[in-house]
Design a protein around this ligand. Structure first.
Ligand code: ADP
Ligand code: ZN
Ligand code: ZN
Length: 817
C-alpha cells in the first residue's frame, strides 16, 4: 500500500502537491499538520490538507522530510476559506497560505535571508537594490545570497544585505531558525533551607557587616510577600529594594534564594480593570434590539450610526452576549492607529479575554495569539485585529464586527492575496454560521446598497451619545480669501481666529491635510520646470527638514537645487503643501503651542501611535496635524475644532470613488470634533464651497450623497452594478509592454462580451523604471462572475505561453478598490 499527503507549499503556485509517507506516518498525520518537504534543493514548511492513497500521475511523489506538529495548527474552516480566497481573488493558494501564517510558523531550512514582517516598511526609503531584494521577498519567503547576486546582477551584495539587516527589514539564518520562545520571567523565592523560622532568624543574624545590602534585600522580600502572596519577580524585587539584580544573584549563589520561571504571555492586559455593567442610552438600546432582531433573520447587519453615536458601546454589549455563550468574536479594524484606544475600551469590559493581532506585533507575539485562538483559549475570546486577523484558527466564531467598514485599507493591494477583509469576513462567518455586524457613520456605497436592497439588515442611529449636537460646519471660500488677502500661508483668518478661540478655552484642535493630494514640489517661477524623478513618472517631493527633493515611489533623492536645471533661474518656489508644511506654519502662528504631526513619517515605531494618541488624550499636545489616519474612529473628549485645510485635492482624484471617499473622509474627520459636552466646530477650506459633496458634508446628508453617487455608478458601469477586475502589466521595455498589453486586451475582448477597457497608462506610468499598463474588466451583476473569471484565467494562461511576453508581470486585482 502507498500512502500520500496533499500539501500546500508556501510558494506562489496554483496547485497542491503530493508527497509520499509511510503507513505509520499516515496514521499519525492529520489535516492541518505542517510537514517539512523538499522542493528542488530546498526544504519548505508545507501544510497538509488531505491524506490519501492516490499517487500523482505527472511526477513521482517525494518523501517528506519531517513532521513538524503534534496536532493540527490549521483547521478545516481555514483551509476552505483560503481556497475560497484563492479562487475568488484569482490568486495562488500558496500566496494565501504564506500570507495567512505568521512567518515564524513557516521556517525553512537553508534559508539565508528572509523578511522581518513586523517591521513597517516605507518603500520610498529603500535604495533601488534594497527595494529589489525586498520585492523578491514578497513573492518568495526567503533568498540565498546567490539569489541576491542574481537579482541585483552584481557580485558584492553583502553591503546592501548588511544595510537591510540594520534597517530591521530582513533577518539571517540563525534568526529564522529561532523557534517560537515563550517569554520567561525570572521569579525568586526563599530557598527551602530557610523555610523554618529558626533557620531564617539564624540567617538574618549571620549576615556579615559588608553584606548589608543583601540583608536588606531579604527583608524587602518579606515585606513584598506580606503585601500579597503573588510571585515576586527578580525585577520587581530589585526595583522595590532599589538594588541591582547582581545582589539578587549573589543571594541565589549563596542558596538563600532560588530562581524559578513562570511562563507569561507577552501581551498581558491589566486583569483588575474589569468594569461594571455598561448601560446603553435609549437610542443605543433601540439600535441594539434592532440588530438582534435583524440577526434573527439575516446574516449581516449594517449599523449606520453618526460619528460619536456610541457604536463601540453597542458592539461591547453584543460581544458580551456572544462570549457569554462561549463563542469567539473577531473585531476587525481598518488600521492599527485605532487599536490603542479600542483595546483600552474593550479590556475595561473584558479584561484579559481580549487578544490583539496586527502587523506591528513581533513574530513571537503573533504566534502566541495564533496558539491562543487555536486552543480556543479564554484569553482570545475577543480578537481585535487588522485584516490579516481573518486568517487566525477560529473554530467557533459567533460574531464578526467590521468597524469602519467603508475603509479602503480593508482591501489588500499588494502582494497577493488581494482580498477584501470585509467581504471575506462575510464568507468566513457564513461557514461558522456566525453573524456579521458592519459599522460605519459613512457606509460604503456597496454596503449601503446591500442594506437598501434587503440583503443586509439596516439599523440607523442618528443621534450622538449624551445628546451632544453634531458639529457646526463652516465653509471658508479660499478663492475669496486669497482675493481679499485673508490667507496667511495656508490658514484663512477664520481658521486662525477659531484656533485662537479654542486655545483660549483650553480646548484642543485637529487639522487635517490629505496626503494623497499633491505634496510640495519645487517649481521654477521663470520657466515652470518641476524636477522629476529619473526612474518614475512623478515630480520629486520637497522635504524641508532634510532640504532634499525625494521621490515617494522609489526613494531617489537629491539635495534641493539652488537654480533651475532647465533655465538656471534662481527663482524657485515650493508649491503645494503637506502635513509638514502645515506644522511649520502653525508653529509660526502659535509659537507657544505644542504641535504634533500624525502621518506615515511620524508613526513608524511600534508604539509611536500610542505615544501621540496618549499625549493628545492627556492634553500635552495642543494641536494634532495629520492625514487620513486621523479620520478613523479616534475618540478625544476635548477637541472642539477640526480644520480641513483643503477639501479640493481629495475631490479631484481620477478615481470613481473620489467623491464617495471625500465625503467619508471629511465627515469622519469632522466627527472628531465636539464629542463630549460642548458642540464642536469644523472649518472646511475650499475653492468649491458649492460643490455637491461639500454641501452634503455640511448638511450631514449621507442619503443625498448616496443617491447621487449611486446614479453615477449605474450610468458609468461601476460597483455595485458592476464588478471590477483590474489587470496590471509591468515591464522595463516600453514597446514590449505596449505590445503585450494590446495583445492581452484584444484576446480578452474577443472572449468576453462585457466591457473591457484599456490598455491604459495610469497617472503614474512608470515606477522604478518599470512601465505600467492597466486593463479594466467590468462584469455586470447579471453575468456569471465565475464563468468570466475562468475565461480571464484561460486568456492569462495563454498570454503566459507567448514567449516574448513571458517576462511581462501581470497582477490581477478582483473587486479593484
Ligand atoms: P462612535 O464609535 O459611534 O463614533 P463611540 O463609541 O466612540 O462613538 O462613543 C462616543 C463617546 O461616547 C465615547 O467617548 C464613549 O465612551 C461615549 N459613550 C457612548 N455610549 C456610552 C454609554 N452607553 N455610556 C457611557 N458612555 C458612552
Ligand atoms: Zn527654469
Ligand atoms: Zn522614483
Amino acid at each position: 500500500m502507498n500512502y500520500f499527503i496533499e500539501v500546500i507549499l508556501p510558494l506562489s503556485l496554483p496547485k497542491t502537491f503530493t508527497y509520499s509517507i509511510s503507513e505509520s506516518e499516515y496514521s499519525y498525520i492529520k489535516k492541518g499538520f505542517r510537514v517539512a518537504v523538499p522542493v528542488k534543493n530546498k526544504i519548505y514548511t508545507a501544510l497538509v490538507i488531505d491524506l490519501h492513497q492516490t499517487a500523482p500521475t505527472l511526477y513521482e511523489a517525494k518523501e517528506i522530510n519531517q513532521i513538524l506538529d503534534e496536532k493540527p495548527i490549521v483547521n478545516e474552516f481555514q483551509i476552505n476559506h483560503w481556497f475560497w480566497i484563492a479562487s475568488y481573488y484569482m490568486c495562488n493558494i500558496g500566496d494565501v497560505y504564506r500570507g495567512a501564517l505568521p512567518s515564524a510558523l513557516l521556517l525553512e531550512s537553508e534559508t539565508i535571508i528572509s523578511q522581518r514582517k513586523e517591521t513597517l516598511i516605507n518603500e520610498g526609503e529603500l535604495s533601488d537594490d534594497e527595494f529589489l531584494i525586498y520585492e523578491a521577498l514578497q513573492s518568495q519567503s526567503s533568498l540565498k545570497v546567490q539569489n541576491i547576486i542574481d537579482i541585483l546582477n552584481k557580485k558584492t551584495v553583502l553591503p546592501v544585505i548588511q544595510k537591510l539587516i540594520h534597517k530591521n527589514i530582513i533577518s539571517l539564518e540563525e534568526e529564522i531558525q529561532e523557534e517560537y520562545k515563550p517569554k520567561l520571567i525570572r521569579y525568586i523565592r526563599l530557598h527551602e533551607n530557610y523555610l523554618s523560622e529558626e533557620k531564617l532568624i539564624a540567617l538574618l543574624d549571620n549576615f556579615n557587616k559588608n553584606a548589608n545590602k543583601q540583608k536588606e534585600l531579604v527583608l524587602q522580600y518579606f515585606q513584598l510577600q506580606a503585601l500579597d502572596k503573588k510571585p515576586i519577580s527578580v525585577k520587581q524585587l530589585a526595583e522595590t529594594a532599589k538594588a541591582s539584580s547582581a545582589i539578587v544573584k549573589a543571594l541565589v549563589d549563596k542558596q538563600i534564594f532560588e530562581e524559578y520561571y513562570i511562563q507569561e504571555d507577552r501581551i498581558n492586559f491589566d486583569k483588575n480593570k474589569q468594569e461594571n455593567e455598561l448601560s446603553l442610552s435609549k437610542a443605543q438600546q433601540k439600535a441594539y434590539d434592532e440588530i438582534e432582531k435583524s440577526f434573527s433573520e439575516k446574516e449581516v447587519c449594517l449599523l449606520h450610526g453618526v460619528t460619536s453615536s456610541g457604536k463601540t458601546e453597542i458592539y461591547i454589549k453584543l460581544i458580551e452576549n456572544y462570549i457569554g455563550v462561549g463563542k469567539q468574536v473577531l473585531y476587525l479594524l481598518p488600521e492599527i492607529a485605532l487599536t490603542t484606544q479600542l483595546v483600552a475600551r474593550l479590556t475595561k469590559h473584558f479584561g484579559n479575554k481580549v487578544a490583539v493581532f496586527h502587523s506591528k506585533y513581533s513574530n513571537n507575539e503573533r504566534v502566541e495569539v495564533w496558539n491562543q485562538v487555536l486552543s480556543s483559549s479564554e484569553k482570545a475570546q475577543v480578537v481585535i485585529g487588522a485584516r490579516s486577523a481573518l486568517f487566525l484558527p477560529f473554530s467557533n466564531l459567533g460574531l464578526i464586527i467590521v468597524d469602519e467598514e467603508h475603509e479602503p485599507t480593508f482591501k489588500q493591494q499588494d502582494p497577493a492575496p488581494r482580498y477584501h477583509a470585509r467581504d471575506s469576513a462575510i464568507v468566513l462567518a457564513n461557514a461558522h454560521q456566525a453573524k456579521v455586524l458592519l459599522g460605519s457613520a459613512t457606509p460604503s456605497i456597496e454596503t449601503y446598497y446591500n442594506a437598501q436592497s434587503g440583503k443586509f439588515g439596516l439599523v440607523t442611529l442618528k443621534e450622538r451619545f449624551g445628546q451632544v449636537q453634531m458639529p457646526e460646519i463652516q465653509l471658508v471660500d479660499l478663492k475669496d480669501g486669497y482675493f481679499r488677502k485673508k490667507i496667511k500661508g495656508h490658514f484663512s483668518t477664520t481658521l486662525i481666529e477659531n484656533i485662537t478661540e479654542a486655545f483660549a478655552n483650553n480646548e484642543q484642535v485637529i487639522l487635517f491635510q490629505n496626503r494623497r493630494g499633491f505634496s510640495p514640489v519645487l517649481e521654477c517661477m521663470t520657466c515652470g520646470h518641476v524636477p522629476q524623478c529619473p526612474q518614475c513618472d512623478v515630480s520629486l517631493t520637497y522635504h524641508k527638514y532634510k532640504n532634499q527633493l525625494r521621490c515617494h515611489y522609489c526613494g531617489h533623492s537629491i539635495a534641493k537645487p539652488t537654480n533651475c536645471h532647465v533655465c538656471a533661474s534662481v527663482d524657485l518656489e515650493t508649491k503645494g503643501f503637506g502635513t509638514e508644511q502645515i506644522e511649520l506654519e502653525l508653529a509660526e502662528l502659535f509659537p507657544t503651542k505644542n504641535i504634533k504631526r500624525m502621518d506615515q513619517d511620524t508613526t513608524r515605531g511600534k508604539y509611536s501611535f500610542e505615544k501621540i494618541i496618549d499625549g493628545f488624550k492627556n492634553r500635552e499636545i495642543d494641536v494634532l496635524v495629520g492625514t487620513q489616519m486621523l479620520a478613523k474612529g479616534l475618540d478625544f473628549d476635548n477637541v472642539t475644532l477640526v480644520g480641513i485645510m483643503n477639501a479640493d485635492n481629495m475631490l479631484y482624484h481620477p478615481d470613481f470613488r473620489a467623491f464617495e471617499r471625500s465625503f467619508q473622509m471629511m465627515t469622519q474627520v469632522a466627527g472628531r470634533s465636539g464629542r463630549a459636552e460642548k458642540r464642536g466646530k469644523v472649518i472646511i477650506q475650499t475653492f468649491n464651497p458649492l460643490h455637491n459633496i461639500i454641501q452634503q458634508v455640511t448638511n450631514n446628508d449621507y442619503e443625498g450623497m448616496y443617491k447621487e453617487q449611486l446614479y453615477e455608478r449605474r450610468i458609468y458601469f461601476y460597483p455595485p452594478f458592476y464588478r471590477l477586475i483590474k489587470l496590471t502589466l509591468k515591464h522595463r521595455d516600453f514597446e514590449k509592454l505596449k505590445e503585450g498589453s494590446m495583445w492581452l486586451y484584444q484576446v480578452l475582448k474577443q472572449h468576453l462580451s462585457i466591457p473591457v477597457l484599456g490598455p491604459e497608462e495610469p497617472a503614474i506610468g512608470r515606477i522604478r523604471n518599470e512601465y505600467i499598463r492597466t486593463i479594466m474588466i467590468k462584469i455586470p451583476n447579471e453575468t456569471s462572475v465565475q464563468g468570466t473569471k475562468k475565461t480571464i484565467q484561460k486568456v492569462l494562461n495563454s498570454f503566459d505561453v507567448v514567449s516574448q511576453y513571458r517576462t511581462i508581470k501581470v497582477t490581477v486585482n478582483v473587486d479593484f478598490y
